[in-house]
Design a protein. Structure first.
Length: 366
């Protein structure tokens, strides 16, 4: 852990002990020397943690006497709680996915008497970590987060979760961990969509996605796609689960998009038996659409196409799609958050609805 992360962790730990009454009003905190031994760190790191406590009114420092818990900290807490602030951090806000979710969460929180502070992490784990700390430091009493995909889970979220801070994940979850989460059942939705393709005679179907499969929603879709072949007794070529694209990533550029288009063209030129393409998300759909156009092929005459999520008007024809109910996802997330803040029982994982729309991009081949 970096020194910057460490001093914030120490600050959080000391603040929690003050709030929980381990250190009471007018109690003298351990000396800097004692704290360096307790936290196995330097005096500079301890000084930075203590300065945050001073700035927020939790402690007062008296030269030659020590650092004492201030009676003003209860006033500080009451001020924060009276604001009813809930932090919202989304990693993806677009017309295809995210915008409706943002509007829904803001509306539902407002109707329940909460004020929203919104941050867009833009898929950057470092920004997400920064915003989590900022929102809690400014007095937010809960966080609703669409977590960034990364090789490792965000340690700050895990830290606050284990300290019983109200956190609700939306759209994506942390596999193997019991964090409260609301998302689409991506696995089942993809299975159902694949069954629709089978019913139209398609068996040479490729699932196209990015090289980085760290996003739980994309992983679930990929697994649902593979299982659909197994349960319907269809043969799936290994190369047809094609994680060949650069997207999604934090710094995705037009040059990256153009390279991804060429990757799809190369793939389809090599795999001539493919009749249908399954896009893992809407950005992938746009890449596939552009590749087909550059190949002088047409949808659905040459290739059928289906995608997760969709943005009207960005591409034609009307693409077959799985639509996530972002409005309902937002409602469920806020309901979970409200119950957590009120210390009521709530299920750890809930699914929001989805629907499959055929559009005009699927042709029947038998």
């Amino acid at each position: 852990m970096s020194s910057d992360s460490l001093y914030r962790s120490i600050y959080k730990d000391l603040k929690k002990k003050i709030i929980d009454g381990v250190y009471k009003i007018d109690d003298c905190l351990p000396t800097e020397e004692e704290l360096t031994k307790q936290y196995f760190t330097s005096r500079i790191t301890i000084k930075k943690a203590m300065q945050l406590l001073v700035e927020e009114g939790y402690v007062r420092r008296f030269p030659g006497r020590g650092t004492f818990v201030s009676s003003k900290y209860k006033e500080t807490l009451n001020n924060h709680e009276s604001l009813n602030l809930v932090g919202l951090v989304l990693s993806n806000v677009s017309a295809a996915f995210g915008l409706e979710l943002l509007i829904s969460i803001e509306k539902e929180l407002s109707e329940k008497g909460y004020n929203v502070v919104f941050k867009n992490s833009r898929g950057d784990i470092h920004l997400e970590t920064k915003y989590v700390d900022e929102l809690i430091n400014m007095g937010c009493i809960g966080l609703i987060i669409q977590p960034v995909h990364n090789e490792y889970y965000n340690e700050r979220l895990i830290f606050h979760h284990f300290n019983n801070f109200p956190i609700v994940l939306v759209d994506r979850d942390f596999a193997g961990m019991q964090l409260h989460c609301v998302r689409t059942d991506n696995y089942t939705a993809t299975q159902e969509a694949a069954k629709l393709l089978f019913d139209k005679g398609h068996e040479q179907i490729a699932f196209i996605c990015g090289k980085d499969l760290g996003v739980s929603s994309i992983e679930n879709r990929k697994n649902g796609f593979q299982s659909a072949f197994f349960y319907n007794q269809k043969f799936l070529k290994e190369q047809y689960v094609a994680n060949i694209l650069k997207c999604p990533n934090t710094d995705y550029t037009q040059e990256d998009f153009d390279e991804d288009v060429q990757s799809v063209i190369k793939f389809l030129t090599q795999e001539k038996e493919i009749t249908c393409l399954f896009a893992s998300e809407f950005t992938v759909c746009k890449i596939i659409y552009e590749a087909i156009k550059k190949m002088n092929k047409v949808i659905p005459g040459d290739y059928s196409l289906i995608t997760f999520d969709y943005s009207y008007g960005l591409i034609n024809p009307n693409i077959a799609r799985i639509i996530q109910d972002q409005t309902e996802m937002g409602k469920i997330a806020v309901s979970m958050m409200d119950k957590l803040i009120k210390k009521e029982n709530v299920a750890y994982k809930l699914f929001s609805p989805y629907k499959i729309i055929e559009g005009i991009s699927l042709r029947k081949i038998k």
